[in-house]
Design a protein around this ligand. Structure first.
Ligand SMILES: Cc1ncc(COP(=O)(O)O)c(C=O)c1O
Ligand SMILES: N[C@@H](CCCC[NH3+])C(=O)O
Length: 447
């Protein structure tokens, strides 16, 4: 077995040219293996079994820093829904990021890992009374109000002497995002309050009427996997327009504007990613211009990137279990699938698996990489190139697997969710263990 706690052999050759989607630490090994974070992938598979997710710690940290550099005066809140574990909480905290959480579960995990609750923003279009109570008890920094009923509920939970910072989530009427199911900036979906019919203005007035609630500003989140900066500039203009109306109607100048996340990454070579530096220049210019025109002071900006922080830092490893010819098609079946990555089934996303761990001269041919679940839609990569001699026992690695994989994984077919292994400086360490049959049995408490 390859040792995991030493850096790759000196014969390894650094070569990023054909690995544009991979973490910056990825190296080719002479035996056809790849190493990430100084750790050979075959060694990870041997030690932790497959399927397994690995996360390059330095890549995550570098991405946090890139946001801090691009937005030095903004609050950068990592969107925990993309991937959360105690180590991730520490990395975000170390790198000076806040946290965006959207359930009592995320909130509690972060707080118990030592993250300062005042640096958290709580989201949710349907927060339960229990979640609001938990947030108040733990001292979450800002609650983002997403419905009229939440205003009275939150104020009641606070009681006459309580005080809580809040923002109001607005649907600015901007359509953006990589798929219909993940567009949340329009006025015909369930998140935020619409400007067009006056719901946002009405909610803002009600919040301003409640002494228990301190309105720090407005929030919008346009959607996810947005590859262009234009929708963000449009959203800034609309949100500044609304802030000016709040000033005119209530004499209140709101000090904060939260633009959410949604920044696209490439899943396949050639796909566009959102450039963080360009986003910062565009958004900050639109904000300065809009505020000057409305004679408003420039509010402090908050942003909430999730996918762009962890997505490209993650790699999923699978073992090939079967290769089957069906008519014209070749199916390569692996030991994971839609229970560890539902994204192809949900959004039609296409990935680029790669054979690792052996050298081959076989010409590439088109295959469909499928999972092990009992559905024809359990496809990880349709019509993708793999070497013609791919066979059972081979190891496939799928880059850009760090965001919305484990966090959306399920217990389907009781296969069990894969472990997460962090790699850095030639060492691999287990962050989250594999879900076991005992885990399933322990939840099954009645006959
Ligand atoms: C309110 C909110 N903020 C931030 C995010 C993070 O989005 P992304 O991972 O696309 O950056 C999401 C998810 O789309 C969200 O719902
Ligand atoms: N879960 C989605 C994005 C939505 C994020 C949550 N607001 C994805 O995997 O792409």
């Amino acid at each position: 077995m390859t040792t995991l706690d030493t850096p790759p052999a000196a014969t390894a050759t650094p070569d990023g040219s054909d690995l544009p989607l991979w973490p910056a630490s990825t190296w080719h090994m002479p035996d056809g293996d790849l190493s990430v974070g100084g750790v050979p992938l075959t060694g990870i598979a041997d030690r932790f079994d497959t399927p397994v997710y690995l996360l390059d710690e330095d890549e995550v940290r570098a991405r946090c820093r890139a946001y801090r550099r691009a937005f030095p005066d903004a609050g950068v809140y990592y969107a925990a829904k993309a991937f959360l574990s105690r180590a991730m909480v520490h990395w975000a905290d170390d790198e000076g990021l806040g946290l965006d959480v959207c359930s009592a579960g995320e909130l509690r995990l972060a707080v118990t890992a030592g993250f300062p609750p005042e640096n958290m923003v709580l989201h949710g279009n349907a927060k339960s009374p229990h979640e609001l109570d938990t947030a108040l008890r733990l001292g979450v920094g800002r609650v983002v109000i997403d419905s009229p009923s939440e205003i009275a509920r939150l104020a009641a939970a606070l009681g006459p002497d309580g005080r809580q910072r809040v923002m109001v989530r607005v649907a600015p009427g901007v359509s953006a995002g990589g798929h219909d199911k993940i567009r949340t900036g329009t006025e015909d979906q369930q998140f935020g309050l619409a400007i067009g019919d006056g719901s946002a203005q009405h909610a803002i007035a009600r919040v301003l009427d409640r002494p228990e609630l301190e309105l720090t500003g407005l929030h919008c989140h346009l959607g996810s996997q947005i590859a262009s900066v234009k929708p963000y500039a449009t959203a800034v203009r609309r949100m500044v327009g609304l802030m000016a109306r709040v000033r005119d109607a209530h004499g209140v100048v709101l000090p904060e504007l939260n633009l959410g996340g949604g920044h696209a990454v490439a899943y396949r070579p050639g796909e566009p990613a959102l450039d963080v530096g360009r986003l910062a220049r565009t958004v900050l210019a639109a904000l300065a211009d809009g505020c000057a025109a409305a004679r408003l002071p420039v509010p402090r900006l908050l942003i909430e990137p999730g996918r762009a922080i962890v997505g490209p830092a993650g790699v999923a490893l699978y073992r090939v279990l079967a290769v089957k010819h069906m008519g014209e098609r070749i199916f390569v079946a692996v030991d994971g699938g839609m229970s560890d990555n539902p994204r192809p089934a949900l959004y039609g996303v296409r990935y680029t698996p790669r054979l690792v761990g052996r050298l081959t001269k076989a010409a590439p041919r088109k295959v469909t990489v499928v999972g092990r679940h009992c559905e024809a839609g359990d496809v990880l990569a349709a019509d993708t190139d793999l070497p013609g001699d791919v066979r059972p026992g081979d190891l496939l690695a799928v880059p850009v697997s760090g965001a919305y994989h484990l966090s959306m994984a399920s217990g389907y077919n009781l296969v069990g969710r894969p472990p997460v292994v962090a790699v850095a400086e030639g060492r691999a360490r287990l962050l989250v263990r594999r879900e076991s049959p005992a885990d399933f049995r322990s939840r099954d408490v009645g006959l």
